[in-house]
Design a protein around this ligand. Structure first.
Ligand SMILES: Nc1ncnc2c1ncn2[C@@H]1O[C@H](COP(=O)(O)OP(=O)(O)OP(=O)(O)O)[C@@H](O)[C@H]1O
Ligand SMILES: [Mg+2]
Length: 242
């Protein structure tokens, strides 16, 4: 059972977010005034049909894709930042310090080995020393059952291995906010469960806010909050009783 918490202040708020794509007749509204609060210590699941706007919402909340209107307010070191009113440089700095993103398509660097994909985040993202980056990267790869793949480049990895490297890369720097776009889609349930447990631990133990997009109902028992997005409209749904 998810732990009961008494949390009052959201760490990240999306307020009345609107996003349209295209021009003229091709103009389509993908997010209709979506409002969502993420709290520290919570693993939040976002479900919804293909094309409903899930990846778009993650991109807007994480500071990657500018909304047409609405605000993203994020807590950063005791301050509240209006993410889309920062300069691009400030936003990049905020993202580097606070966010981890697991992309639907993995987005690994082809030329780097599994371990280097993680090390680069620690060295260039948080200024870790080479030794520290290596140790922390290997520790994370080990949690993901990937230590034997540490010297492999993406071209030689299976889809599930690439997906787990992408998850390790997002989690290794212990970010406050993690956005995970279908992080278990290429995994069997044994590995999928491991990944969800890692995400849940990051939320419950480190008080990170974690938003996971998934189509997999087996994740439901692990999450604290469940949202459904359909045609760009967001609705909070009760968690099934176990
Ligand atoms: N860059 C873009 N330009 C134009 N339309 C886009 C763009 N990105 C997404 N869309 C459209 O916006 C809608 C929502 O897309 P989005 O990728 O957010 O959906 P999703 O819920 O993540 O779907 P899936 O479950 O298939 O990943 C879709 O109709 C998609 O075609
Ligand atoms: Mg998507």
């Amino acid at each position: 059972m998810p732990a009961t918490k008494t949390i009052t202040t959201p760490s990240l708020r999306g307020v009345n977010l609107v996003k349209t794509y295209g021009d003229g007749d091709a103009r389509r509204t993908t997010l209709h005034e979506v409002t969502i609060d993420l709290f520290p210590g919570q693993l939040v699941l976002l479900m919804g049909p293909s094309g409903s706007g899930k990846s778009t919402l993650l991109a807007v909340l994480s500071g990657l894709l500018e909304p047409d209107s609405g605000q993203v307010l994020a807590e950063d070191d005791g301050r509240l930042l209006d993410v889309w009113h920062l300069t691009p440089k400030q936003r990049e700095e905020y993202r580097r310090r606070n966010t981890g993103f697991i992309f639907q398509g993995y987005n690994l660097f082809p030329a780097l080995t599994a371990r280097q994909q993680l090390e680069i985040v620690l060295k260039w993202g948080s200024g870790a020393s080479s030794g520290d980056a290596r140790n922390r990267s290997e520790e994370m790869l080990s949690k993901l059952g990937l230590l034997k793949n540490k010297n492999k480049k993406p071209a030689l990895m299976s889809g599930g291995e690439k997906q787990r490297v992408a998850i390790g890369r997002a989690l290794v720097k212990n970010p406050n906010f993690v956005f995970a776009d279908e992080p278990t889609s290429a995994l069997d349930w044994e590995n999928g469960e491991k990944v969800i447990e890692l995400l849940r631990d990051a939320a419950h133990e480190r008080k990170a806010s974690i938003l996971v997009v998934s189509h997999d109902h087996r994740i439901l028992p692990f999450v604290d909050v469940y949202y459904h997005l359909e045609d760009g409209h967001l609705e909070r749904r009760p968690l099934p009783q176990h």
